[in-house]
Design a protein around this ligand. Structure first.
Ligand SMILES: NC(=O)c1ccc[n+]([C@@H]2O[C@H](COP(=O)([O-])OP(=O)(O)OC[C@H]3O[C@@H](n4cnc5c(N)ncnc54)[C@H](OP(=O)(O)O)[C@@H]3O)[C@@H](O)[C@H]2O)c1
Length: 265
């Protein structure tokens, strides 16, 4: 059946960053594919309150959460151990968390070494450690799928005039991290292929966020985007499902730009 191509029925899928802008939408929609979504969160009570605002059909598994701080190596290990003890399988990982320091928006000239190292370590390191732990369990099953969230800024430089007159910028650490995540995806794709573990990357463009973005920035961003709008959190659910599902069974090491054409010119 062609619908089976996009079914994750009975699969156990891990998501990080499930309380964020994009993650919240994944938590709402992905369970409809039939999977048991297990969301790794720092604050389980806050996440349960978020979950209580969602409604799910009765015949699908509601998402659950387990404690996870991707920036703490012991927490990463404990999360995957607890997941394995509870479900005895791990079909997929979506690396989507975005740890960042309070001074993330500092100008390039003002970034301190401490801030730089913390961002590199927590964000890129968090992706690395989650892949490492997940792969350990997936290797035993000889099957698995990993999706890493990259960014347009892992591919192209920012067009800085879009930030002019606002307190927004693209942090200097971001391309360093996201470019690394793009290449790390290819590394893992070839490294884990013998165990039938596929590793792919989604490269999102800017997502509209009215609470944190200036309207001038949004207007300029849209003017540079061929499809004439910023991203919506729901734009990423289909690409994630594709990379996790049988439909992409022969796809590994790919990077899919989901950016309205931002990087097409
Ligand atoms: N938004 C965009 O325009 C955009 C564009 C390109 C790429 N992306 C990428 O897409 C992904 C999701 O972005 P987003 O905008 O949805 O992010 P977001 O709204 O800032 O949310 C970040 C998420 O990461 C979690 N997180 C932060 N530090 C963590 C830690 N140490 N351990 C576990 N979880 C942690 C946060 O949880 P708490 O609730 O605990 O803080 C939150 O759920 C990121 O990888 C980002 O780089 C986003």
């Amino acid at each position: 059946m062609i619908t089976d191509l996009f079914s994750l029925r009975d699969q156990v899928v891990v998501l990080t960053g499930g309380s964020g802008l994009i993650g919240r939408e994944v938590v709402k929609q992905l369970p409809q594919s039939g999977c048991q979504l297990v969301v790794g969160v720092r604050d389980t009570d806050r996440f349960k309150a978020q979950l209580a605002t969602n409604s799910y059909p009765e015949d699908i598994a509601r998402p659950v959460c387990l404690p996870l701080d991707v920036a703490a190596p012991e927490s990463v290990k404990a999360f995957f151990r607890a997941l394995w003890e509870k479900y005895g399988r791990l079909d997929a990982l979506i690396n989507n968390a975005w740890p960042r320091t309070a001074d993330w928006q500092a100008k390039f000239e003002d970034v301190t070494p401490e801030s730089l190292y913390k961002n590199l370590c927590d964000h890129a390191g968090g992706f690395f450690l989650c892949c490492q732990s997940a792969a350990e369990y997936m290797k035993g099953q000889r099957r698995g799928a990993i999706v890493n969230m990259g960014s347009i800024y892992g591919e192209v430089g920012p067009h800085f005039p879009i930030y002019e007159g606002t307190d927004m910028t693209c942090a200097g650490a971001y391309p360093l991290i996201k470019g690394g995540i793009h290449t790390f995806t290819k590394y893992l794709a070839t490294y884990l292929a013998p165990w039938n573990i596929r590793v792919n990357c989604i490269s999102p463009g800017g997502v509209a966020d009215d609470t944190h973005q200036h309207t001038a920035f949004q207007r300029r961003y849209i003017a540079q985007t061929p499809l004439g709008r910023m991203g919506r959190p729901s734009d990423f659910v289909g690409p994630m499902l594709f990379f996790l599902a049988p439909a992409s069974g022969y796809v590994t090491g790919a990077r899919l730009q989901v950016d309205g054409g931002w990087t097409a010119w």
